[in-house]
Design a protein around this ligand. Sequence first.
Ligand code: PHE
Length: 449
Amino acid sequence: MSQARSHWSNRWTFMLATAGSAIGLGNIWKFPYMTGVNGGSAFVLVFLACIAIVGIPLMMCEIMLGRRAQRNPIDGMHALAQEAGSSRHWKWVGVMGLFAGILILAFYSVIAGWILHYVVEAARGSFIGMDGERAASAFQQFLASPVELALWHTMFIGMTLGVVARGVNAGLEQANKILMPSLFAILLVLLGYSMSVGDFHAALHFMFTPDFSKVTPTAVLSALGHAFFSLSLGMGAVMVYGSYLQRHVSIARTSIYIALADTLVGLLVGIAIFALVFANHLEPGAGPGLIFQTLPIAFGRMPMGTIMGVLFFVLVAFAAWTSAISLVEPAVAWITENSRLNRKQSAWLIGIADWLLGIAVLLSFNLWQDIRLLFGLGIFDTLDKLTTTIMLPLGGLCMAVFAGWYMKTSHVAEELDISPLAYRAWRFTIRYISPLAIVAIFLYLTGLL
Ligand code: PHE
């Protein structure tokens, strides 16, 4: 099962790239506002448990599948199914993942475009002296302008496919080597800032004082769904990154490091944001507008708020960029490996498709506001729900079932190379715990729970 194809230069670049995929808008935009909406600490604790119990075993599973296959997710699942003597229809897991990535990028790019716009707004000093009303109306006005939204969306799609077009080593690896260390450095600066001017104590209290009365079924299930999205699981991004991984690297250890980095960044960003929010007596439960409407008010009132505001949005943009790259890599790899198009042409093709889809998404915030697709949701919400709550968990479920029940135990054990006890624990999780947890999400979603 080998083919002449690119590989990461070493295990660090693989870790940086996979952490880059995991750390994204999910950590910085979604996680803090979900924590705010779901009552703080209880949600954080449940999320940590989900990462440990379901997230890490599934991450090991996906990297394992990719590395064994040494191919893009579609051909990879096909080849692995052949090796295991099972149905070639397993390749549909790869197909679904590939489409999920394209669909996610369509709305991811629109939100990332807002982030780019906010970098510029922060730099222009627009946050200075902002009150709640002005913050809200500035945000609404921006959303009402399709041209402006399209401009930033176009730029983000260009940035993303521009990197992917350059290939694994000159593109993905190079971008992550620059962006990820910068992201960590900015995060430390912001944390120091928020520690000195923010209400750190209130933030820690809000995020870490457990109040088990707030652990509702809804909190548990949304934490589980978010663990998936946050670790980039279930769509083949981690699998395709795993397929560029050399044989000798320990999958278990790397998975744990990546999950830790992802979680830590989510928590630290959360602390930094809430410390600023509480110091200004603002509302932590503002929902998706938390970083666009609440946070600018805080920056606008604080010393060095302009520069810190710029740094904050640059941090988010870097995080979104490295995730976006991994969303389209499965599709670009598949086209490149299966057609006469080269990588650059494949990237153009996917870029155009995602650009068009993204235009529909951004119009759903203004001109096409009233269009309803699935479940009576607008275009943006439909894509978000369809991918993060259906396609990703379904993909994860199939991968877990395939690895746990269909692959030869000896092949899996050879690939994972961990102690017999650890292997038994992993196998039990992947055969029973992960599938049950995912089925629970589905039952809940369809209103049966
Ligand atoms: N993990 C990314 C985030 O937290 C999103 C993502 C999902 C990226 C699936 C790739 C695949 O923002």
